[in-house]
Design a protein. Structure first.
Length: 522
């Protein structure tokens, strides 16, 4: 008997049954343009998903297709060893020779085609529903395919009471001001605004420092203009006596895009992700990429979505931008479609090496980072910010709701601070909207530092009304109408003038209280 090994598996020639070939050929033309091996692997995988039960025929008694067989090296590709193990372990008895192995592969090929045909008919031959149905089976095949990491955000319990800056007192009475951020029914999110040099960042960092001291929360600071990081090092500030952000947030680490890549699995799949979750991840990536490069062309963008969904469904390791580029090009070649400018943009951004999927979100978001974009061009900056916000939103939304103590204080898990938020707000990105609207129940806290209410003037989102605490120093804006909902009354430009709000003084709306002037710094 000839020795049976992986080399023999690669050289064997496998043939489909006629009924399987007919259905899979229609499926290939409709949904999976490319070679026959791709749909054959799909059928085999679909059969492997369903255990062979006792009494089920183990030998084919079907007419075989007259089309040419497929050699093993083409059928299984570079993953022949994995496929061989999966096929051989699908039956109780050992596979002793190449004849038995070949017969077993052809059985799974035929059997899987019948399952696929049933799946397709069950969803009334709606292509997108069919893909979602198949994708939903992935988490159950061979255990979890998701990158989990070793850390998970933990709840920080109890009331979170912070000052508004280092002074934090009323101008008239000198009474100290303290703000409970996580009280019952309270949004923990904070917006602090003021024109240049009014002290908004100063107060925002002091508030963040108080939060960090009480809770030891992990955090992300998005630094669009590179105020806090240079040459991949924290910048010492004269106003802090040469100290860096580490003064406020001990242990914070700098990431200077594009000098150093962000080590985040940006297309992470939660453990319990089903087909529709993977489909939504692919859509989110497509939307973020489209918004980043302001791309047009529905066909090419939909091919990008399909490529990402394919990676999320069938690739066990974390997905990189290079993976997306390669798979997108493969899909375009197989379908005979033009990639438009997407390949060029993906290649350009990928060449900058700005993001590497080396850390699972549970690990990445359990640390303290300041991510700086001071030397980054516009399109790559947007994409990294989008992918970061997408990943944070996906991760937080995958967690159970954080705990609530008997007094109604919501436990906190993570803090996001966006400095000079005008730029990020102008993107009108869906993940940021979701974080503002939904992350509080997951223990998320977002702080936005901006120059004025105009920065929050978005068509889709009333961000200011979602904030539990709003502080405004003197503004340069000529329009304060959108502050009315947040402050609970009609506001005038004069309310935010230098005369009414001298240096260090802000008009602050705290949870459950009327707006009042507060000395934030002096």
């Amino acid at each position: 008997m000839a020795e049976f090994n992986l080399t023999r598996v690669d050289r064997l020639r496998y043939r489909a049954t006629k009924v399987a070939e007919d259905f899979l050929e229609d499926l290939r033309i409709t949904l999976m343009p490319g070679d026959r091996a791709a749909v054959a692997r799909l059928a085999i995988a679909r059969s492997l998903y369903e255990p062979i039960i006792d009494g089920e025929p183990s030998v084919l008694n079907e007419e075989m297709s007259k089309r040419s067989p497929i050699e093993g090296v083409h059928l299984f590709g570079e993953d022949g060893d994995i496929w061989s193990c999966l096929v051989a372990s699908s039956v109780a008895d050992a596979v002793l020779d190449e004849k038995e192995f070949k017969a077993l592969v052809e059985l799974h090929w035929h059997r899987g085609a019948q399952f696929l045909k049933g799946d397709y008919n069950d969803v009334k031959q709606v292509d997108t529903d069919f893909i979602v149905r198949l994708a939903g089976m992935v988490p159950l095949v061979g255990g979890s395919r998701k990158t989990q990491g070793t850390h998970q955000l933990t709840d920080k319990e109890g009331p979170l009471v912070v000052p508004f800056g280092e002074a934090s007192r009323e101008p008239q009475t000198e009474d100290p001001i303290r703000i409970t951020l996580n009280g019952k029914g309270t949004s923990p999110h904070i917006a602090i605004m003021g024109r240049t040099r009014t002290g908004k960042s100063r107060v925002g960092l002091e508030v963040g420092k108080s939060i960090a001291q009480q809770t030891d929360l992990p955090l992300i600071i998005i630094d669009p203009k590179g105020e806090f990081v240079k040459d991949n090092k924290l910048v010492g500030k004269p106003e802090w006596n040469g100290e860096t952000l580490d003064r406020f947030f001990p242990g914070i680490q700098p990431i200077d895009i594009p000098l150093s890549p962000m080590p985040l699995d940006f297309l992470w799949r939660p453990t319990n992700a089903q087909g529709h979750d993977l489909a939504q991840l692919a859509i989110t990536f497509k939307d973020s990429f489209q918004k980043c490069i302001k791309a047009r062309g529905d066909v090419a963008l939909d091919t990008l979505r399909e490529a990402v969904l394919d990676l999320l469904t069938f690739q066990s390791r974390p997905v990189s931008l290079e993976d997306v580029l390669l798979r997108f090009n493969e899909f375009c070649d197989e379908a005979g479609k033009k990639p438009g400018g997407i390949t060029a943009k993906l290649s350009e951004i990928n060449s900058l090496n700005m993001i590497r999927p080396t850390m699972a979100p549970g690990d990445f978001f359990s640390k303290r980072w300041v991510i700086s974009f001071g030397s980054c061009s516009e399109e790559p900056k947007r994409l990294v910010i989008f992918l970061l916000l997408d990943a944070l939103n996906t991760y937080l939304m995958s967690l159970p709701d954080s705990g609530v103590d008997p007094q109604g204080h919501r436990s906190m898990r993570h803090m996001l601070i966006i400095d000079e938020a005008k730029e990020v707000l102008s993107y009108k990105h869906g993940a940021l909207s979701s974080l503002i609207r939904k992350s509080a129940s997951k223990g998320g806290l977002t702080m936005l530092l901006s120059q004025g209410p105009d920065d929050f003037d978005q068509e889709e989102d009333d961000f200011l009304e979602q904030m539990g605490t709003i502080g405004a120093f003197a503004l340069g804006s000529s329009n304060v109408r959108n502050l009315a909902g947040a402050y609970g009354r009609k506001m005038r430009i004069e309310d935010f003038s230098d005369h009414n709000l001298p240096p260090g003084v802000a008009l602050v709306k705290m949870p459950g209280l009327s707006p009042k002037k507060v000395i934030g710094w002096e």
